[in-house]
Design a protein around this ligand. Structure first.
Ligand SMILES: CC(C)(COP(=O)(O)OP(=O)(O)OC[C@H]1O[C@@H](n2cnc3c(N)ncnc32)[C@H](O)[C@@H]1OP(=O)(O)O)[C@@H](O)C(=O)NCCC(=O)NCCS
Length: 190
């Protein structure tokens, strides 16, 4: 290995690709593809996604998503520091939602997720979180972290249902919306 390659491999935190794709037979988690761009952009227009999900940009058009897939999303997967993944239908491969691993270390990572409004109500996120835990195990992570605003009962319920535990009392934290809201931290040991 030359010096540059050696330096790069030292920087690498996690190789998400070795755990992907993964499926439970109904729902899958896989790398984002350009075919997801329209559905992803449309999902980010939803009011609940805007309020509760961690979205760094103000507006996502399909073109912005195509550019991200080639840019920051590819870079994050290559560096092992960020994995912006697609939750898909295991049969049709169509886009159902988004699952993100961020603040990745060699031991743990925080996860965020959203499900497109037309696919809610079928516990897709619970299945995706179980798959996220399996990905974490395959990578050798010891735990996963998650955060929700207190006023997001659906998300809190899903986290508790799959085995996350609430850590401490709700605290004021800057929410993805940019507002300071009472927020709850969760953790699961893998
Ligand atoms: C949170 C989210 C991913 C859940 O979507 P989903 O996987 O389709 O979840 P479901 O609609 O099947 O609901 C899951 C559970 O929460 C319950 N639930 C849903 N809305 C609820 C509400 N407003 N109050 C209380 N419980 C609620 C459901 O009854 C269900 O419980 P059950 O499994 O016992 O029937 C989805 O609402 C979403 O994308 N929200 C916006 C983004 C977001 O909040 N992301 C999480 C940020 S941490």
């Amino acid at each position: 290995m030359n010096k540059k390659a050696a330096k790069h491999s030292e920087c690498k935190i996690q190789n998400f690709l070795k755990a992907l794709p993964i499926s439970d037979g109904a729902v899958a988690v896989r790398v984002m593809s350009h075919a997801d761009a329209e559905a992803y952009a449309s999902g980010t227009d939803d009011a609940l996604v805007r309020r509760f999900a961690h979205l760094p940009l103000e507006k996502y058009t399909p073109q912005v998503v195509h550019d991200l897939i080639k840019g920051a999303i590819a870079d994050g997967l290559r560096d092992g520091t960020l994995a912006v993944l697609t939750i898909s239908d295991a049969s049709s491969d169509s886009f159902l939602g988004s699952l993100v691993f961020f603040d990745v270390t060699s031991d743990d990572a925080e996860i965020g997720y959203w499900v497109a409004p037309e696919h809610r109500g079928r516990r897709v996120s619970g299945r995706a979180l179980m798959l996220a835990m399996e990905i974490g195990r395959k990578l050798g992570l010891k735990k996963l972290r998650a955060r929700t605003v207190q006023n997001n009962p659906a998300s809190g319920k899903v986290l508790l249902d799959v085995g996350f535990e609430q850590i401490g009392n709700p605290l004021p934290q800057v929410a993805p919306s940019g507002k300071t809201e009472m927020s709850v931290n969760y953790l699961v040991e893998l």
